[in-house]
Design a protein around this ligand. Structure first.
Ligand SMILES: Nc1ncnc2c1ncn2[C@@H]1O[C@H](COP(=O)(O)OP(=O)(O)O)[C@@H](O)[C@H]1O
Ligand SMILES: Cc1ncsc1CCOP(=O)(O)O
Ligand SMILES: [Mg+2]
Length: 281
């Protein structure tokens, strides 16, 4: 039987551990949202470092507690950097987050995302359409060959990505977080549904990317499933609170960082959460 209280208590421990140790999680991420990713990582108590080059990525992979790879804006050097660092992370057993932003656009993105299958990302974080398309690219259950990703946005429902998320988690042995109005997090045997957030999160760029960066911070301190769920929950609490204090997306982004900073371990434990066993789905 899955014990919800145990999951909540592990999330609280992860939040405290990160605040107490300021762990470093390096990133190779996109040029649109790089600043928000770093600020969100700092707000929850982590330390951020962003690089582009293969040797620097290897350095961060080895020096940090986890890493975040986000393919949002690809540069030619990434053809070398990304498979190289993913292999290092896989071989050294370092947790890493993959955000398959805009999967389906362009040949380099497709090739890199195909290469990542063998390096088993510890946490895969994406919106519903990205999760479905990645499962399709990897030939797993619940995936579709044709990506429904519209640029970087989802056109699928979160519940429609359930089978794909489970299949991806079973393949990697890690966790998958599907974001949207409500969020799903699974390790292939447990499915968590987390509530909260704000409609303003669709009106700023980088809510998803920074969620991946924060998941990497928590992955330095706990299991992939708890890390993905803790990040998802912190986002739901902070998003809900920020919305109450602002009247537009610009001030929301600023307030959201403040709320990430202020969210406590207790707030996370008290946020609305459903847990079910995957075998009963
Ligand atoms: N309509 C919404 N209501 C509440 N929270 C949302 C909504 N849309 C997105 N979020 C939140 O925004 C964050 C990013 O999710 P999403 O927008 O799906 O990712 P992406 O930016 O990669 O498409 C997640 O924390 C998610 O819970
Ligand atoms: C707009 C955009 N274009 C390429 S990457 C990117 C950022 C996407 O951020 P998110 O997926 O968090 O909304
Ligand atoms: Mg995204």
């Amino acid at each position: 039987m899955v014990n919800k209280q145990e999951i909540q208590s592990k999330m609280m421990q992860a939040v405290e551990a990160v605040r107490g140790t300021n762990p470093m999680a390096g990133s190779i991420t996109n040029t649109v949202t790089i600043n928000l990713v770093a600020n969100a990582q700092l707000a929850v108590g982590g330390s951020a470092a962003m690089v582009y080059l293969p040797d620097e990525a290897e350095f961060l992979a080895k020096a940090g507690g986890a890493m975040c790879i986000n393919v949002g804006t690809l540069l030619p050097i990434y053809e070398e950097t990304l498979p190289y660092v993913a292999k290092v992370l896989h071989e050294t057993g370092k947790p890493w987050v993959l955000d398959p932003v805009a999967v389906g656009i362009g040949s380099l993105r497709t090739k890199l995302l195909q290469q990542f299958k063998a390096y088993k990302p510890t946490i895969i974080r994406g919106n519903a359409s990205e999760i479905i398309a990645l499962a399709g690219l990897w030939g797993l259950d619940g995936g579709t060959e044709q990506s429904n990703v519209r640029g970087v946005d989802s056109t699928d429902s979160v519940s429609g990505a359930k089978v794909a998320a489970i299949a991806l988690a079973k393949w990697t042995g890690g966790a998958v977080a599907v974001s949207g109005e409500t969020d799903l997090v699974t390790d292939g045997s447990i499915m968590a549904v987390s509530y909260g957030g704000s409609h303003f999160m669709e009106k700023i760029t980088g809510a998803g990317c920074s969620l991946g960066g924060v998941a990497a911070v928590y992955a330095t301190a706990t299991s992939p499933f708890i890390a993905a769920l803790t990040a998802t929950t912190v986002y739901n609490v902070a998003g809900k609170r920020a919305e109450l204090k602002v009247d537009g997306p610009g001030s929301f982004q600023v307030q959201f960082i403040d709320e990430l900073y202020k969210t406590t371990a207790e707030d996370i434990a008290n946020n609305s959460l459903d847990i079910e066993e995957v075998s009963f789905l």
